[in-house]
Structure formats: C-alpha cells, structure tokens
Write a protein that binds this ligand. Structure first.
Ligand code: FUC
Length: 805
C-alpha cells in the first residue's frame, strides 16, 4: 500500500516535470498541507435531477435518408432507425461482420528492400524510395478489407401515410429511440433499444386502442443471403460477408427476428411474418457471426444468435427495458453538462427540432446544441464500444454498405485514436476495453511484420488495421508508409493509467508498451546530419513535403509519439518495479531522438528539415506535428513557451476551414492554446450542416464518427484540462458560454471533477479523489495544492481559497 502511494506520487511528479512546472505554489495563492484542513469534504455523487434536458434529439418527420436515421447500439449490435409511418426500416450491423478472412499482409520482399529504401530517403530521392516501397514493402494485398452491413429489417403494411402529431426522437438518457404519431384517431408508439445486458435488439409497437397493430416483417440485404421462416413468428436470414481484394469471404452470419404479439394473429409465409390486429407487438432481433477472433472464423453463428434470443424471449418487455436502461445509465449519468443559465427557457430545444437547430446554429446562439452534441458523443461511444465488442470503426458501429468509405476500418494515423479521446476525460473508461483488446492482438500480429519488414523485435503497426489485425503498410507509400500507428495507440494504455492509477490494468498493458518500444529500439536509424535517432522510412501522415513526396525520415510527429511511448513504458516499469536495466537503455535512446524544432517562420517544424513553407498543401487536414500540443502534453504554455508559440503559428498557418475530424482536432488544439473563443469558433463551424448531419453524425462526407468524438474531447478541454501536472479549471472558456456547469469529468491523477461558472467566472468546483494522490488545481494564475484521501470530495469556492459557506 505504502509502495503504491509512493509510485503514484512519482507518476504525478513526472507528469508535472514533463510539463516543466517546478514550483506551482510560487505562482499564486497556494495552500500548503496545513491549509487542507480548511477544505470541506463531503461524499455526494451527482444525481439524476442534475441531468439537463439537453439529452434528446427529436424530429418532425421520418428519416428520408441514412444521415437522418437515428443510431442505437450496444457495442456489438447496432441499428439505424428510420421511423417511417406506413413502413419502418432498421438498418442492422454486427461489429464482427467484415469482408475477407484471417490474413497476414506482410510482404516477404520487404526486408530485402529496406536498406535501399532508407538510402534513397536520406539521399532525397523520394520518388524512387516511394516506388520501391510500393513495389516491395507494401502489404500483400495492398488494401485491407471493409466492415460491412448485415442488411435491413423492414416493417411494411402498417397503414396509410396520413398521420398527425408525428415525433421521432432519441433519448440519450435512456438510450431508446421512439416514434409516435396519430392516425385515424389512434396514437401509435414505437420504441427501440439494443441491450448490452441481453445482447438483443428490442422493438416494441403499441397503440392507445386495442387491436390496432399490424405489419409485415421481412429482411433484405446487399450480402449473399437466404431468408426463411421458422414456425409462425420467426424470421431467419443467413449470409456470409463479402470477399475483398482477393481475401476470400469467411464470416458467416445469422440474423433472427422473433415477433411476440399480444392479441391478434401472427402468421408466416416463406420469407416474411405478418401480424394483424394485435394490441402490442415486441420484435426481438438477435445476430450471431462465426468470427471468434482475428485468426479464427469457425464460430457457430446460428448457435450464438439463438442463444441470446432464447434467453431474452422469456423476459417481459418492461424487464428487458429496465435492465437496459439501468446498465446504460451507469455509464451515461456519470457526466452532466449545462451550457447556459440555470432554469433558462428551453425554447431552443423544445420549439426547434434537432435538424432545425443545426440548420440555424450561429456562433454562441444555441449553447444547448453544443451540450446536446457533447452528450450525443458520449452516447455514441457507449453504444459502439463496450467490453466484448470490437473497437469503434471509422463509423463507430453504423454502416449501411458492403463497401463503405475507407472500408469503415481502423485508420490509426489519427481517426481511431480520436475516437477514444473522450473515453477517460468523460468518465467512460470501460469503453476503452475493445481498443485494448485490439492492441493486444496487434502486439501479436505486429511481431510478424516487425520481423518480416524490419528484422526487428517487438511489434509494429502502420497506418491502418482491420478485423484481421493487418499491421503492414497499405494503401500506397504516400499514405501508408508510416510505422507509428501502433505506438500512438499505446498512448491510450498509459492514459488509462494516469486517469485511474489502476496498477492492475497497467500490469496487463505493460508487455504491450514494452513490445512497442522494443520495435523502435531495433528499427530507429541514425540520420546523417545531427546523428539523431529517427524513423525511416516514414511520413508525416498523408502530407507531402514536396510535390508527390511524403516519404521522409524522422517527421516531428514520430519523434513526439516515441517520446510519449518511451516515457509510458519506462514510467510503467518504474511503477511496476521491473526491468530497471532495460529502462536505462530506453532512457538513453530517448535522449537521442530528434528534438522538436522551430522553423524560419517561427512555426513548429513538421519535418526534420524546414520544409513547411514550401509544402504543397498549406491547409492540409492533418496537423500531425501538433500532436505534441494535443493529445500529447510535450508542449505547454508554462513548460515550453517557445514551442507553444511555434505550435500556435503552425496552427494559424493551417487555417480554420477543414473537414469534420480535422476541425475537431483543432478545437482541442485551440483549447490547449487556452483560446476559448477560437476553440468555440471551430466548434460553431463544426455544428453547421456542412459538417454535421441532421442526426448529428459528423461529416467527412459522407460520415465519419471521429469528428463527433473529437469534438466531445475538445469541449471537455475547454472546461477542464489536467495534462500539465495540475487540474486546470476553465482553461479555455468561451465568451459564448458565460454560464454553465459540468459534473463528473475525470482528471489525470484519478480525480472526478465538477465545475460551475457564472458570468464567465468560476462559482465553485468540487474534486473527488480516487487515490491518495496529492492534487494541484489551477484557476487562471491561482494555484492551490493539497493532499487528498481516496473517497473524499474537496469543495472549492470561486476564489479557490476556502469552501463556500
Ligand atoms: C485519414 C484521413 C482521411 C480519412 C481517412 C479515413 O487518413 O486523412 O481524410 O479520414 O483517414
């Protein structure tokens, strides 16, 4: 226990030191250990009444397209609900339905070509180097396989289209989607959710008069499928995912829908179920696939689908719903947010539907929409990334195609990492689990690639991966020749630790961190001019430094990622008390990595050479070298003022206009630059129809979910930061949000933080400690330091000096 305390302190001190903060107490009204006695402690958790009403998306019309439909999911099963009147459509997904099958993409010719590729890069013969990568180093095949849709469940013959008082909504507080309307004097209601407890999708149809429910239920799919009925009330669709890029089809699936009507009649023909004159009907949907893991597709899809269905069909609708809502709320209700004055008129969200709010959003005009978007992002993460499922893809869990944009895969040169930026700060640690499982897989699959391409130990993963845990470079040298994807993913393992100080979890992560470092210990090379250690070949993701040339050695981002990786692994080894000698070696190598450099225009250089001003795309969507500012904390206002100014210069040069996920990254960057108004300006840009669909999906046209998650993280960073060895309250509060409150955010050092403000000034904050770690809190120039006891709440007043009376 004692040892534990010491190591936690060590990590916090290291975090502080990394930010260059030496003596916080000199900066402001510091409290000393004695001052702690004055801090009021209490044990109170946020309760449901603190939840705001900014948690409902609603619409006046059925969805006319997929980007108007509403997503539900349990991390494995997902659906997009269209909410029609005469007919309903649920577009279905299961997280393991991918095209192709188990495959190692590593080229057998790569290792032989590597010395010449490196020679060409250092000789500045980039075109030739890229050609050689394309010919010998790239994956076999050179593209990975897509994530795919299961198909659709449709309800037709539901009566006429003529209805009044139509409303379609998604309640983020209960994770249920609803449709209601009145037709011929009858009020009809449909409700749907996907339960993580029971692993089924549930659709309930009711009316306020008996005998009014009738429909025809059928499956359709762009996959190769067969549909049959079983008994009078069950519909079964069997199919197999597609082949892709020569990788044969392997994932079999089975979707089963069972109708449980009350009253009326139910009958089956060859491929559909018909319900007539029922009082209510519940439709249970269960889907299984044969995917067991990235190496094995021999599972029994039928048994899996049937097992969940059998267990669920004996439970009442009310019981299924109650279990679902209770389970979901455990995560969702950890955080509440209000942007706007307390008890304000709710005109915006009661009078205007969600799509109208997006269409009319103006800077500062509707802070409630920003709050809704924030909670929607948390809802999406809970709904697409739960233990037992696959990580969030480029579209989370929701994809209606067999050939979606970028395969709806895992692009790990920004997109997958961005998906998980809100996990720790918005108190959704469990949502990391599928990502951590994927990293464990990559740490095995990536060993073959490390050996096969680089003759190196450890593991490597390039810029993309898929259900088969492809780790070799793909998609062409210009975009794919980047060896640092796995290393970046590892940051999430360390983030989990610094946010929780959970030593048990760190013990599990440590071999993954160590394996990632081992690769670079072998694969780094010395560059000729300064003798720094660098990656080669590499790229600064997807950005060319000269026309048609992205290949280079030691781009700034790689060096930043490696410093974080090496620090995570060495600090983990310290916390766990292992590998002292190895740690010393890693420290030595770290010291030789190329440093961040400030270029001719005062910018943070993107590459080893000062090529920035001449690079062909000055407004490129990737801002890779600014990784050091966010998500990393290598660049801070107090710790590294020169680099801080240089990062700002680089961000200014890139400009504001960008695609969805890039805007989202920039919100985080401006928040780290402590410019709340600029961060808010970018958020306002994002919350317009150009970047946000009617269903609030982020557009990288058509849809990419990273922008949703990145924006949640950005809004969090505007209200609370904790990367510089201190909890910074309201570091980038925009003038557009003079009043507000947020509860339940997590801060590094294992704290939960609530903050409230009025007229742009803190009114109070409270901090619950989850370990016995010391706490440093900053508000503007004021800094307060105190020791904490696990389980205690520390309440701070507007001046941070003593608790409000
Ligand atoms: C990155 C981006 C693209 C796209 C793709 C999925 O590589 O550069 O814009 O988002 O991932």
């Amino acid at each position: 226990m004692q040892r534990n305390k010491i190591t936690r302190r060590t990590v916090l001190q290291a975090l502080t030191a990394a930010a260059g903060v030496t003596s916080l107490s000199e900066n402001g009204t510091a409290a000393n250990e004695k001052g702690n006695a004055q801090l009021k402690t209490a044990a109170r958790e946020p309760n449901a009444s603190e939840m705001t009403t900014d948690t409902v998306l609603w619409y006046r019309r059925p969805a006319s397209g997929w980007l108007e439909a509403l997503p539900i999911g349990n991390g494995r099963l997902g659906a997009m609900i269209f909410g029609g009147i005469a007919q309903e459509k649920l577009q279905l997904n299961e997280g393991t339905l991918w095209a192709g099958g188990p495959h190692d993409y590593t080229s057998p010719e790569g290792l032989q070509a590597l010395p010449e590729i490196r020679r060409l890069v250092f000789a500045g013969e980039w075109g030739k180097a890229q050609n050689l990568v394309n010919a010998h180093f790239l994956g076999r095949p050179g593209s990975q396989t897509p994530y795919q849709t299961v198909g659709n469940l449709t309800l037709t013959n539901m009566g006429g289209e003529n209805a009044s008082d139509y409303r379609r909504d998604l309640d983020l507080d209960s994770a249920t989607a609803r449709v209601s309307y009145t037709r011929d004097g009858v009020r009809y209601t449909r409700e749907a959710f996907v339960s993580a407890v029971d692993q089924v999708m549930v659709l309930r149809l009711t009316a306020d008069q008996p005998g009014k429910i009738g429909f025809r239920l059928a499956f359709d799919s762009p996959q190769r499928t067969t549909v049959a009925t079983e008994g009078t009330n069950t519909l079964v669709m069997k199919g197999i995912g597609g082949e892709a890029h020569g990788s044969p089809d392997a994932v079999k699936f089975q979707a089963v829908a069972r109708v449980l009507p009350e009253g009326g009649s139910v009958q089956a023909d060859q491929s559909a179920i018909t319900v007539n004159g029922a009082n209510t009907a519940t439709v249970l949907v269960s889907i299984g696939t044969s995917y067991r893991d990235y190496q094995d597709t021999g599972g029994d899809e039928a048994a899996e689908a049937q097992r969940y269905l059998k267990a669920a069909e004996h439970k009442s609708y009310a019981r299924l719903r109650e279990a679902h809502v209770a389970d979901y709320r455990k995560l969702f209700r950890r955080v509440s947010i209000r942007l706007g004055p307390e008890g304000r008129p709710r005109e915006k969200d009661t009078v205007h539907s969600t799509d109208e709010r997006v269409a009319n959003y103006k800077d500062g005009d509707d802070p409630g929409l920003a709050a809704l978007h924030f909670q929607y992002g948390r809802y999406l993460l809970i709904s697409c990334s739960r233990p037992g499922g696959q990580p969030a893809t480029l579209q989370g869990l929701w994809n209606d195609s067999v050939d979606p944009p970028w395969g709806s895969k895992y692009t790990i040169n920004i997109n997958t990492e961005m998906n998980y930026w809100p996990a720790a700060p918005t108190n959704l640690m469990e949502c990391y689990t599928p990502l951590f499982h994927m990293i464990s897989d990559l740490a095995v699959a990536g060993r073959r690639t490390a050996k096969g391409l680089y003759g190196a130990n450890g593991w490597v993963c390039h810029h993309n991966t898929d259900a088969w845990r492809g780790t070799a470079p793909v998609d062409g040298s210009f975009w794919g020749m980047w060896p640092s994807g796995g290393a970046w993913l590892c940051k999430s393992l360390w983030d989990h630790y610094v946010f929780t100080l959970d030593r048990t979890a760190l013990k599990q992560s440590y071999p993954l961190l160590k394996g990632a470092v081992e690769f670079f210990l072998d694969a780094l090379v010395e560059e000729p001019s300064h003798h720094w250690l660098v990656t080669c070949p590499s790229i600064s993701p997807e950005n060319g430094h000269h026309p048609d040339a992205s290949i280079c050695a030691g781009p700034t981002m790689d060096m930043q990622i490696l410093r974080d990786l090496f620090d995570a692994a060495t600090q983990a080894s310290e916390v766990l008390g292992v590998d002292a000698e190895w740690r010393a070696r890693v420290h030595t190598m770290r010291a030789r990595l190329a440093p961040m450099q400030i270029g001719r225009q005062g910018q943070l250089q993107e590459w080893l050479e000062d090529w920035d001003a001449g690079a062909p795309e000055q407004n490129h969507r990737h801002v890779s070298h600014l990784y050091g500012l966010f998500p990393s904390s290598q660049i801070t206002k107090i710790g590294t003022p020169d680099l801080f100014a240089a990062a700002r210069k680089s961000l200014e040069t890139r400009g504001d206009p960008a695609t969805g996920w890039s805007l989202a990254w920039k919100i985080n960057l401006w928040a780290r630059l402590q410019d709340g108004d600029r961060a808010h300006k970018l958020l306002a840009d994002l919350l317009t129809p150009e970047h946000t669909a009617p269903n609030l999906f982020d557009l990288h046209p058509p849809f990419q979910i990273d922008g949703n998650f990145g924006a949640v993280s950005g809004v969090t960073e505007m209200m609370l930061q904790s990367h510089a060895g201190e909890i910074h309250l309201l570091p980038a509060l925009p003038t557009a949000w003079p009043d507000g409150a947020v509860t339940g955010l997590r801060a590094r050092g294992a704290f939960t933080v609530d903050v409230a403000w009025q007229a742009g000034k803190l009114t109070h904050a409270s901090i619950v400690s989850h370990s016995d770690a010391p706490c440093t809190v900053r508000l503007g120039d004021k800094v307060l330091k105190f020791s904490t006891v696990a389980g205690k709440r520390y309440v701070l007043d507007a001046g941070m000096r003593h608790p409000p009376s």
